[in-house]
Write a protein that binds this ligand. Structure first.
Ligand SMILES: [Zn+2]
Length: 212
């Protein structure tokens, strides 16, 4: 697996470019901004982008999606429960002081247990509401990797005080769907450093003291 992670935009969203070495097909996750840098990585590895996956409809994760779609022809995939948030991009832009990317069109919704493929790469979709209603994670079982969006961070969890957020739901999502994965799974959060499921199970202060 080819896997490049770059942090993009003023909020430093982790954008993943994940490619299959044999077929050179790729998935780009959360192209929030700095699309030219993402395209440079795609070119460096000679990849063909087949899917653009958005973990949730916050501007720092979705802001560059339309530009990337225009450059690659790949469809944009997002869980339908975040379509409302997507219509609030102008408001989100004002909150964080970014320029609005304009209207973002979704080509297909992704839900629990759907799969996303590029060549021989297969990712399972985990619907993990809480940070937003439509938050998803992508799990690549063959490579022990989880792209977690803003649901789980190293030592923390996603904020739940924005529209569509729910503390109850994020805790349930993490326990039911994310902590069900093996300890050795590498977690790539939406912001900040990488971690593992085992590390978070052991020491994340938001996950201790419940369902041992
Ligand atoms: Zn977010």
């Amino acid at each position: 697996m080819i896997h490049e992670i770059i942090s993009v935009g003023p909020l430093q969203c982790n954008c993943s470019v994940i490619g299959d070495e044999a077929s050179q097909q790729a998935i780009v996750i959360d192209p929030g901004d700095e699309v030219q840098q993402i395209l440079d990585l795609i070119e460096k590895h000679n990849l063909q982008v087949k899917q653009i996956v958005i973990t949730h409809a916050h501007i720092d994760h979705v802001g560059g999606a339309m530009k990337l779609r225009a450059a690659t022809g790949a469809p944009i995939l997002l869980n339908q429960n975040d379509y409302t948030l997507l219509k609030m991009l102008d408001m989100q832009a004002a909150w964080v002081g970014m320029r609005s990317p304009g209207k973002v069109e979704i080509d297909q919704s992704l839900g629990q247990a759907d799969t996303v493929r590029a060549g021989s790469l297969v990712a399972q979709v985990l619907h993990t509401p809480g940070h937003t209603e439509g938050s998803i994670c992508l799990y690549f079982p063959a490579d022990n990797k989880l792209i977690a969006g803003d649901t789980l961070f190293a030592g923390s969890i996603g904020r739940t005080d924005l529209p569509g957020g729910s503390y109850e739901k994020i805790i349930d999502s993490i326990h039911d769907r994310i902590l069900a994965l093996p300890d050795e799974t590498i977690v790539v959060p939406g912001h900040g450093p990488l971690t593992t499921i085992g590390e978070e199970r052991e020491s994340n202060p938001f996950l201790l003291g419940r369902r041992p």
